[in-house]
Design a protein around this ligand. Structure first.
Ligand code: PEP
Ligand code: MG
Length: 421
């Protein structure tokens, strides 16, 4: 309790356990800010710094430290003046959050009256209440894999069904997007024992694992379908890389529907099924996916990882993480356009959606649905409400047409500074 934990690295499963034990911050020698460990820390509001090589060697047990998760710094043995400075910063951050909290009941609408949907990402049960409290329009990404962690036997259909019903109840009728199991890569059920693939992020992960191990997938499909009888549930498939995987999923959903019907078990016949676009191949062929789906959701964490060939958990290559890389922007734009053409909504649920520096850019690209960790929601709303799509769209269009000759970060900066946008 109240400890700052230093570690070589932490798995997401360990991070959840430590959070439940009441730690107040952590720093790791390895890992990137887009790892699921870092994402969890953000949503549980645990200050954290990852990828601090050598940190354990420099600190002694019991030492006073300042850990600043916003700047990514750690100060050992601070003097009184430094402590004062950080106490003031802590207080002004608290004030800023209080101010933002005033926006809770304000709808997200641009100055030219375009409504924007702001949803929350949830991982663990504690997030649900927070997602509701910040005034989200619902949950755009429920990472169900956390249900499967820190236990030796996966949850069965009944347990999952109860759990989904509990989340729906807490959401008071707001939509819940349940993502099917995205296990693998840095999220291992058993902490990573057993066969280790040499490229886990390219390995048997997410929908690939589910299609290989139907004993894992089928109970989840049944549980989601059964939950859909009780409220607005959507199902979302992670890491699709070809339409064949999608057809397999749709056939399994059909079989599950038939099986439930035969036993007179209720489900929503029109359960919406969406796909995550987070593999470049899927973005490039987003139209083919859109024809068979009810919605798309762009997972920028993986889309950036796979487009730029940079491992999101490897701090050595983290400098390559660049949401503004022209290739990434083009893939995002292609996906939004493909969704529009097919007449289905396109959301974004990667970390980029919760970064207010990118809100105007994304609005200008045509994005109207953002899902993010709950702590970012008011800030993104604040930007949305001060922006005008009519002014942003042509500027962003021009930017996308000239990615080779303009300095994109500068352009995005000026979009953000321009009070008329
Ligand atoms: C993503 O890849 O952007 C995403 C939202 O999924 P996850 O971070 O869980 O891989
Ligand atoms: Mg992903």
């Amino acid at each position: 309790e109240k400890a700052v934990v230093l570690a070589d690295d932490l798995t997401p499963a360990e991070t959840v356990l430590l959070a439940h034990q009441g730690i107040c911050a952590f720093a790791t020698e390895y890992g990137g800010p887009l790892s699921h460990t870092a994402i969890l820390a953000r949503s549980m509001q645990i200050p954290a710094v990852v990828g601090m090589h050598g940190i354990q060697q420099y600190l002694r047990d019991g030492e006073i430290i300042i850990l600043d998760g916003m700047q990514g710094t750690l100060i050992a043995g601070p003097d009184e003046r430094t402590l004062d400075h950080y106490r003031n910063r802590q207080e002004s951050e608290r004030q800023r959050r209080l101010e933002m909290a005033r926006l809770v009941d304000t709808p997200a609408v641009t100055r030219d009256e375009v409504p924007v949907t702001l949803m929350a990402n949830i991982e663990i049960p504690e997030d649900i209440e927070a997602a509701d409290r910040v005034g989200s329009s619902g949950v755009g990404l429920y990472r169900t894999e956390y249900l499967f962690m820190n236990r030796s036997v996966p949850p069965d259909e009944e347990e999952q069904y109860d759990c989904y019903l509990g989340v729906m109840e807490a959401l008071n009728g707001k939509p819940l997007t349940i993502r099917t199991l995205d296990m693998g890569a840095d999220k291992q059920v058993d902490g990573g024992s057993g066969r280790i693939s040499s490229n886990p992020a390219l390995g048997l992960r997410a929908i690939r694992l589910c299609l290989k191990d139907l004993s894992l997938f089928k109970p989840q499909l049944r549980a989601i379908l059964r939950a859909s009888a009780h409220g607005p549930v959507r199902m979302m498939i992670p890491m699709l890389s070809n339409t064949h995987e999608l057809y397999q999923v749709l056939a399994l959903v059909n079989d599950t529907r038939n099986a439930l019907q035969r036993k007179s078990i209720a489900f929503a016949p029109d359960l919406q099924i969406g796909g995550m676009i987070e593999v470049p191949a899927a973005a490039l062929t987003a139209g083919d996916f859109a024809r068979h789906l009810d919605f798309l959701s762009i997972g920028t964490n993986d889309l950036i990882q796979y487009t730029l060939a940079m491992d999101r958990v490897d701090d050595e290559v983290n400098y390559l993480y660049d949401p503004l890389h022209p290739a990434v922007l083009k893939l995002i734009k292609m996906t939004i356009d493909a969704g529009n053409k097919a007449g289905i909504p396109v959301a974004m649920c990667g970390e980029m959606a919760g970064d207010p520096r990118f809100t105007r850019l994304l609005l200008g690209m045509g994005l109207r649905e953002f899902s993010m960790h709950h702590t970012a929601l008011q800030e993104v709303k604040n930007v949305v409400n001060k922006s005008s799509i009519a002014l942003l769209a042509p500027l962003v269009q021009e930017l996308l047409e000239n990615t080779g000759s303009v300095h994109i970060p500068d352009r995005v900066d000026s979009l953000n500074k321009n009070s008329l946008n």
